[in-house]
Design a protein around this ligand. Structure first.
Ligand code: FES
Length: 156
């Protein structure tokens, strides 16, 4: 029997899935969120630690599929050490972060397009939680605004 011929994107997904980065929890996180994917019901948790307005640590746990775990892993790598303003103050943070994952993984099958938004959603909610706890009300308003229409990205 011959080898399965996997394309590059699938190989990338498998690489992240088999060796996911930043899996786990952070005790006493500065920000935390759990998202239940509205399409499939799978859960993703994200924990962050912030230092000098930067994401010093990010960890995730997910009861999701291969695409969600690979996405959470790639996302956690991409945002580690990033300044929060760099993430939140971009024109459309949701589209930017989902776009980053789509670029990494290429053409996902249509039935898997609802998976990458979940870790992005959880990350932005964890940042929102941090802003709430640290009483940064202007930033909180901005991120809540960003999150107000996030549901539509699950249906793309
Ligand atoms: Fe539920 Fe991908 S997260 S199918």
């Amino acid at each position: 029997m011959g080898e399965i011929n996997m394309d590059d994107e699938y190989q990338k997904l498998m690489k992240y899935f088999k060796n996911p980065k930043n899996v786990g929890i952070i005790n006493n996180p500065d920000g935390y969120a759990r998202v239940k994917n509205p399409i499939c019901g799978d859960l993703t948790d994200i924990y962050i630690k912030i230092e000098k307005n930067r994401i010093k640590q990010v960890k995730f746990k997910s009861f999701g599929c291969l695409v969600t775990i690979a996405s959470a892993s790639a996302l956690s790598k991409a945002v580690k050490d990033k300044n929060l303003d760099e993430i939140v103050e971009t024109i459309n943070p949701v589209e930017t972060l989902i776009g980053l994952l789509m670029k990494e993984f290429g053409n996902l099958p249509r039935e898997k397009l609802h998976c990458p938004p979940a870790p992005v959603h959880a990350l932005l909610l964890a940042i929102s939680d941090y802003y709430k706890k640290s009483n940064r009300l202007d930033k909180l308003k901005k991120i809540d605004n960003v999150l107000s229409d996030i549901e539509k990205y699950y249906k793309k």
